[in-house]
Design a protein around this ligand. Structure first.
Ligand code: 4AZ
Length: 418
């Protein structure tokens, strides 16, 4: 007999009660996680917040020296301001949220010295209003009590929000902040550079292929070698990339114009310098910012330790690396470099030699246009040379020859206003 299901018969559920319990529990846990995520980010996800404010300093008279980067007056005053603001916030209930302050501009206002200061805090988004209000109150109380040499002449609120990219651009707008010297270890040969060690280094490329190195000297100007443009002069063909790896690049910019030294003659070595203007300024960050230019009077003494960096070949006719490399070399006097056994008089006063007569450590093909830098007081790096020429790479008695930047200081100023 065939089985006839009764009209009222239902298929028996295959889910056991314990299964249903597990499914309900999973749904409840899932919902709890989904609903608590925004709360987590609002309450625990600490982010950086930046505020801009201005102070008057009536006890100090404005002097143009305060506008000179790294002048002693400016450096000392910046330190004094930071110490004062650190003290105010570290002794307040915002001490866990306050990170640092940075006086970045000095100006004269009604004969008073005025400074613009960036304050950096860290807190979760749900605290934004409270922290800002508290910070305003703390400043108001401290400055009103005449306890500080800093004064405020504007009404509350003193602090204005600034977005992170703009604030970090300001924090990294100082020249020459790269590798810290004490941790220094020692391109033909040499070693791989760490991120943010040489943040002014750029790569100049045609069709995505690296041709030359270059150095960032402002948010929109690069310095490089004139001979990089012997074959391609049209700025539209060129791109600049930043960051330690060529692929992927950290940041790229189109080139707006190329200014080659008027006296440079292709395939000769004299006046091997060019200024390259970017189509849009770079945004300064930890990993991309400018190198300092020395005064025309600065002299790098023979045997000074200097660094050359680039993506050039690891030896003559060798392969090209993807990650930036560095090599520590020494300045060689023009007298020694012009010895018959070395370059026999080919090194002119607009050039500077660096490397070792015993060879080995040197710049090489593809490093051209790149920086030769020296650290000066406070670990600030200055561009003293531009990779220009040499016979072979790392060969005995054939050190690298560089365009001497101090010799072209006025030319650089006349073209870039830097
Ligand atoms: C070049 O061909 C090149 N050893 C750059 C630097 C040196 C030699 C050649 C110095 O771009």
């Amino acid at each position: 007999m065939m089985h006839q299901p009764s009209a009222s018969g239902r298929r028996k559920s295959s889910l056991k009660p314990w299964m249903i319990a597990i499914i309900i529990a999973a749904v409840v846990v899932g919902l709890a996680i989904i609903t608590s995520l925004p709360v987590y980010f609002l309450v625990f996800d600490q982010k950086f917040h930046y505020y801009l404010t201005s102070f008057q300093i009536p006890s100090i008279e404005y002097s143009p020296d305060f506008s000179v980067e790294y002048s002693k007056n400016r450096t000392d005053l910046k330190q004094k301001i930071s110490n004062q603001i650190d003290e105010i916030f570290q002794r307040s209930n915002l001490n866990r949220h306050y990170i640092k302050s940075h006086a970045f501009n000095f100006r004269s206002s009604n004969n008073d010295l005025k400074t613009d200061v960036l304050l950096k805090f860290q807190f979760a988004p749900n605290k934004a209003d409270t922290v800002k209000r508290q910070a305003d109150d703390i400043l108001h109380q401290k400055l009103k009590l005449n306890e500080s040499f800093l004064k405020i002449d504007t009404p509350l609120p003193y602090l204005r929000d600034m977005n992170e990219a703009k604030a970090e651009h300001i924090l990294h707008s100082y020249c020459g902040l790269g590798r810290e010297l004490p941790s220094m270890e020692r391109i033909a040969d040499g070693s791989v550079a760490k991120k943010a060690d040489w943040p002014w280094q750029a790569s100049l490329q045609v069709d995505g292929v690296h041709f030359c190195g270059a150095s960032l000297i402002s948010e929109e100007w690069l310095l490089t070698a004139a001979h990089c443009f012997d074959n391609y002069k049209n700025p539209k063909l060129w791109m600049a990339s930043f960051g330690t790896t060529l692929s992927p690049p950290l940041m790229r910019r189109e080139v707006q114009s190329i200014i080659i030294h008027e006296n440079y003659a292709a395939h000769k070595h004299d006046d091997d310098i060019a200024a390259v203007k970017l189509s849009t300024p770079v945004i300064f960050s930890d990993e991309v910012h400018r190198v300092c230019l020395p005064d025309a009077t600065f002299e790098a003494l023979p045997e000074s330790k200097v660094f050359v960096t680039g993506w050039g070949a690891l030896k003559a006719n060798g392969h090209f690396p993807n990650t930036l490399r560095e090599v520590k070399v020494e300045i060689i006097s023009n007298d020694i470099c012009n010895r018959v056994s070395v370059y026999g008089g080919a090194v002119s006063s607009g050039m500077i030699c660096a490397g070792f007569l015993r060879g080995k450590l040197d710049a090489c093909e593809g490093d051209s246009g790149g920086p030769l830098v020296i650290a000066r007081d406070r670990n600030i790096w200055y561009l003293i040379g531009i990779v220009s020429w040499g016979i072979d790479c790392g060969k005995e008695n054939k050190p690298g020859v560089y365009t001497k930047v101090t010799r072209y200081r006025d030319w650089i100023k006349s073209k870039t206003n830097i």
